[in-house]
Design a protein around this ligand. Structure first.
Ligand code: MN
Length: 202
C-alpha cells in the first residue's frame, strides 16, 4: 500500500490562538508529509512490507528487515504519531474528561489536575525531541514518554492520548517555552476522541 497524508480534520487556523495556523500548516503539510514520503521510499526498498498496515509496521517493527528498520521506525512512527495527533485535538475542545475515561484518569492519578501535571512533566522532561503519552497497558493507565518518533505501539501498549514535544510543534509561537505550549495545548484536547481510544483499548 502507498501511505498517504491524511487531511487535517479541521482548518489549519481552527486551533488558534493555542496552536497557530502557520505551525499547523508546516507541521502537517511539510513535516508529516515528509514522514509519509520517506516511509513510502523505505517500503520501495523492502517490497515485502507493501501489504503491511501502518499499525503493523509499528507493532511488528522487530520483524521489519534490518536494512529499512530505522527508516520505518522514524517515518512509520512519524506517520502513525501525527495521524493520531491531529485527531486528538479539536477546536472548542479542552476542559476535563467525563465518563469512563474521566473516572479512569481520576482513579489512576488521584485527580485530573495531578494527571495534567504528570503528563506535562513527562513532556517537559523529554530531552530533545519526542512525545509524552497516556497509555493503557493491560487495562492499566500510565504516563510514558518516547524519544524521536517512537510510540507506545512499538512497546505493545495502547496510546490513549499523546502530545508532540518536538520543537517543530511549537517553536514559531512559543520559541523555547515548551511548558507554555503544553499548558496551552490542554485547551485543544479532543476528549471525545480520547474516550473512543480508551474504550477501544479495553
Ligand atoms: Mn511533529
Amino acid at each position: 500500500m502507498t501511505h498517504v497524508l491524511p487531511a487535517l480534520p479541521y482548518a489549519a487556523e481552527a486551533l488558534e490562538p493555542h496552536i497557530d495556523a502557520q505551525t499547523m500548516q508546516i507541521h502537517h503539510g511539510k513535516h508529516h508529509q515528509a514522514y509519509v514520503t520517506n516511509l513510502n521510499a523505505a517500503i520501495e526498498k523492502a517490497p515485502e512490507l507493501a501489504t503491511w498496515s501502518l499499525d503493523d509496521l509499528n507493532r511488528r517493527l522487530s520483524e521489519v528487515p534490518d536494512a529499512v528498520r530505522t527508516a520505518v521506525r522514524n517515518n512509520g512512527g512519524g506517520h502513525w504519531n501525527h495521524s493520531l495527533f491531529w485527531r486528538l485535538m479539536a477546536p472548542h475542545a479542552g476542559g476535563e474528561p467525563t465518563g469512563a475515561i474521566g473516572a479512569a484518569i481520576a482513579s489512576s492519578f488521584g485527580a485530573f489536575g495531578s494527571f495534567k501535571e504528570q503528563l506535562q512533566a513527562a513532556g517537559v522532561g523529554r530531552f530533545g525531541s519526542g512525545w509524552a503519552w497516556l497509555v493503557s497497558d493491560g487495562g492499566k493507565l500510565s504516563i510514558i514518554s518516547t524519544p524521536n518518533q517512537d510510540n507506545p505501539l512499538m512497546e505493545g501498549k495502547h496510546a490513549i492520548l499523546g502530545v508532540d514535544v518536538w520543537e517543530h510543534a511549537y517553536y514559531l509561537k512559543y520559541q523555547n517555552r515548551r511548558a507554555d505550549y503544553l499548558a496551552a495545548w490542554w485547551n485543544v484536547v479532543n476528549w471525545t476522541e480520547v474516550a473512543k481510544l480508551y474504550d477501544a483499548a479495553k
